[in-house]
Design a protein around this ligand. Sequence first.
Ligand SMILES: NC(=O)c1ccc[n+]([C@@H]2O[C@H](COP(=O)([O-])OP(=O)(O)OC[C@H]3O[C@@H](n4cnc5c(N)ncnc54)[C@H](O)[C@@H]3O)[C@@H](O)[C@H]2O)c1
Length: 262
Amino acid sequence: MKIENRTFIISGGASGLGRATTLDIVAKGGNVAILDLNESLANEVISSTSPSKVKFFSTDVTETEQVASSVKSAAEWAVSSKAPLGGIIAAAGVANPALTYGRQGPIDLDGFKFVNDINVVGTVDLIRNGLEYLTKVEPEGPDGERGVIIMVASAAAYEGQSGQLAYSASKGAIVSMTLPMARDLSRYGVRVMTLAPSMFDSPMTEKMSAKVKESLMRSMEFPKRPGKPHEFSQVAVACIESTILNGEVIRLDGGSRMPARL
Ligand SMILES: NC(=O)c1ccc[n+]([C@@H]2O[C@H](COP(=O)([O-])OP(=O)(O)OC[C@H]3O[C@@H](n4cnc5c(N)ncnc54)[C@H](O)[C@@H]3O)[C@@H](O)[C@H]2O)c1
């Protein structure tokens, strides 16, 4: 699918990996509707691009009315700017570590639900609302393609570390949803891909101590460094542009397998 003159909805598009994807899509002539909590970061993105190419819709992905209303506004903007909806990228997420059982006793259930509400339910809610519009755009090209869904999992879906119970549950769910979602949406000409990064430079990993970062870097084969946000968005762009990619998860991890604990 061509990115030029298409609109992409990106949750978490104000920061980190979502932000890099926003910038790369705009560089390729696409428009981006950022659905995020963080207005000031979104405004930075808009001022470094253009208000005609990027619009911010204040959204908490755990509030379904907000998701529905922001997606509707984004879809209306796509129509009025003559850049039809081309995809939905669910990049909003949180990590919040907690042990299954630790000094404070069992894992706090509200904390477990908080991570899964944002990472899983928020992802599904964004996509199901977006599909109301994406399944109705004019199909493009010889394959009759309408658009692409990109979800964001993590290496923690496969080898979650100690303390990643909630996060691994949420990212494992994203991995597991990829194929059934692709199968459900094939009749509409909509593809589904998931990216599973290990450690990338972003505000999420800025909070990690040097010790934690070094331990994760040691587990990498090559290159032995955190991924750069642009290396995530390069693959996101490939997922949009290459029509043969569907129903699969791509690890972005420098060949690493995370150790049990740091
Ligand atoms: N950075 C990494 O090393 C890494 C590794 C594996 C997976 N991931 C995943 O990549 C995705 C992006 O992470 P990032 O590193 O860019 O993090 P980030 O913290 O830089 O960006 C996350 C964005 O999500 C937004 N967000 C959080 N909660 C939200 C909510 N309830 N509603 C709307 N927006 C909300 C934040 O405001 C922020 O803009 C996440 O799903 C994360 O789990 C990141």
